[in-house]
Design a protein around this ligand. Structure first.
Ligand SMILES: C[S@@+](CC[C@H](N)C(=O)[O-])C[C@H]1O[C@@H](n2cnc3c(N)ncnc32)[C@H](O)[C@@H]1O
Length: 177
């Protein structure tokens, strides 16, 4: 079963993506500084980067500014995927994947960094730490968008259980700065 975002009819504007059916702000350009943190964190190892959710392509652009080998992006929504394919045309290290991050992660490599920003994914969000394990190697960096203004992460217990996988979150990073 695919999540809600697979069939959502998003309105794409210059500065945001809105889901008028639910009233959700899917993505906005004010989030750029947050995306910058995620991009810097997820690319700290260089290598092969895996990103879930293309949205406005803000984080994708910021990841592309780093020296990385490959950049796999999984997007579930038809219209947003079309935008991803168009954006990727002049970017030879980008691998666009149409599908659900939960089911469709390419298995030909282990990743050096993974960024999860699949807003609208109500089904499988909770399984991110356990599902992503099989695509990680020692030292893989995981980072994910979250709205929790608290020290405790939604994934804290799970991530601590993944030994040898480096865990960084935006708010942790923000606190140190
Ligand atoms: C908040 S936007 C991503 C914003 C992006 N980081 C940026 O900087 O513009 C969330 C995206 O995740 C996609 N998405 C939602 N659920 C997904 C899933 N299960 N698998 C892949 N993509 C998903 C949505 O269609 C949407 O394009």
């Amino acid at each position: 079963m695919k999540g809600y975002a697979a069939t959502a009819n998003y309105t794409v504007k210059e500065d945001c993506i809105i889901d008028e059916a639910t009233g959700w702000d899917v993505m906005s350009d004010w989030e750029t500084p947050i995306m910058q943190l995620h991009a810097d964190i997820v690319c700290a190892n260089g290598g092969h980067i895996l990103e879930f959710g293309f949205g406005m392509g803000i984080s994708a652009d910021l990841i592309q500014a780093h020296d990385i080998e490959s950049h796999t992006i999984i997007e579930i929504n038809d219209n947003i995927y079309d935008a991803l394919v168009e954006w990727a045309k002049d970017k030879p290290n980008v691998i666009p994947v149409k599908g659900d991050w939960y089911d469709d992660i390419p298995t030909d490599k282990k990743y050096d960094g993974v960024f999860y920003d699949g807003f609208g994914d109500m089904l499988n969000k909770r399984y991110f730490p356990t599902r992503i394990m099989q695509h990680c190697k020692e030292g893989t960096i995981l980072t994910w968008y979250n709205n929790f203004l608290q020290e405790q992460s939604q994934y804290d217990g799970d991530i601590k259980a993944i030994k040898k996988v480096h865990h960084i979150e935006q708010f942790e990073k923000t606190r140190k700065n």
